[in-house]
Design a protein around this ligand. Sequence first.
Ligand SMILES: Nc1ncnc2c1ncn2[C@@H]1O[C@H](COP(=O)(O)OP(=O)(O)OP(=O)(O)O)[C@@H](O)[C@H]1O
Ligand SMILES: [Mg+2]
Length: 251
Amino acid sequence: MPKLEIERITYTYREAGKPVLALQDVSLALADGEFVTLIGPSGSGKSTLLEMIVGLLQPDSGLIRINNEPTTKRLGRVAYMPQQDALLPWRTILENVVLAPEVQRKNRRQAKAHARELMPLFGLNGFENAFPAQLSGGMRQRAAFLRTFLAGQDILLLDEPFGALDALTRRELQDWLLGIWQHFQYTILFVTHDVEESIYLADRVLVLSQRPGRIVQELTVPLPRPRQEWIANHPTDMIALETQLLAALRG
Ligand SMILES: Nc1ncnc2c1ncn2[C@@H]1O[C@H](COP(=O)(O)OP(=O)(O)OP(=O)(O)O)[C@@H](O)[C@H]1O
Ligand SMILES: [Mg+2]
């Protein structure tokens, strides 16, 4: 039984002037505990798709199922990390990460205690009372992750969380995220437009076409984990997969 299932979703933006068909007939399914990456050119509808799964947008047609239940009221059922890390600059790190429990009107003291417990795992120990501007880019991303995890859901939708980081920090955070994923057994849909990243992280890669976005390729990544070691010893495996994805991206 899939954890998250999307069946023949179509979405048109109708706000400004003429309608823009953003997604056409998109179907996908994530198994429980699976790590799936979604890759596509800029404007192909990746963020639109995540916003639809979260429940911020409703599809024109099609169905979204969570735990096998068709659902139109999805807000709060999945955890979502938007493309721009939206830490509030006037709140400390601790106050930022407990935002979701606060909005859900859960016990504030308990939420803060839980957040404090998790700080070391997120490399934020000692920064509870710092403000976002006092943190490095990588630390800010980890804080945004912690806030996403504290939403208390087992499905995570992550929109290009490492887009703005240098290569070294990015690799470090990728390995860190894989550790967290394995530890908590999350089901993850991760958006990126980096081909190498899409393979490195995933059990399976989905390729979205130019607008209107359609799924044009699905690639199961046959490389064993941990990937770091494997790729260092078998670099040609990685290159072959990258070549295949680049061809799909070019259409
Ligand atoms: N509010 C809106 N009104 C009209 N069109 C929109 C709106 N938001 C997005 N679009 C259009 O829908 C398409 C998909 O946008 P979306 O942000 O989902 O792309 P994306 O794949 O996430 O791109 P990127 O990789 O740059 O983040 C784009 O062509 C965009 O111009
Ligand atoms: Mg986007």
